[in-house]
Write a new protein. Structure first.
Length: 156
């Protein structure tokens, strides 16, 4: 599905952030450096909807929905993690990660993303217990806890 949807969005000036398929819903999440509004979603929907009607990628009836990444976008690719460098992220690992004593192994994390090593497939996250190296393959789900600034440069 990505191979067919992404070129259309790129042609319109958007980035494909994610595709979610659940039940009778296909949700395409698009992004842009300038942000994504309702007009952007409508414009992309007008081009993709007829394509989906012909292609019919999901058996049975479904709804096609286009959306912005929202306040807490999912982090699924190395590039997504790179976008969030220096920001807070929250993630769950597929298995508990050992911690120095007296802390217990844990699967739920929240901290500042300090570094992404693309070649090694690792992220470095700092929290109150220190700096941790986590393999991206062990990340089950992750979100970017974006910090928004006002026009005066103050955090919202």
């Amino acid at each position: 599905m990505i191979e067919k949807v992404e070129p259309v969005l790129v042609e319109l000036g958007y980035q494909l952030r994610d595709i979610e398929c659940q039940g009778g819903l296909v949700r395409i999440i698009l992004d842009s450096p300038a942000g994504v509004g309702i007009e952007d979603c409508s414009k992309a929907h007008q081009l993709l909807s007829p394509m989906f009607d012909v292609w019919d990628p999901i058996p049975g009836a479904y709804n096609l929905e286009l959306s912005s990444p929202g306040e807490k976008p999912n982090l699924r690719t190395v590039e997504h993690f790179e976008e969030a460098l220096g920001q807070n992220i929250r993630f769950t690992t597929t298995e508990p990660i050992e911690m120095p004593a007296p802390a217990k192994p844990r699967k739920n994390w929240e901290g500042v993303l300090k570094e992404v090593q693309k070649e090694k497939g690792e992220i470095f996250v700092e929290d109150s217990l220190g700096l941790h190296t986590i393999s991206i393959t062990k990340v089950k789900s992750a979100v970017w806890l974006r910090e928004w600034s006002t026009s005066e440069g103050k955090k919202a």
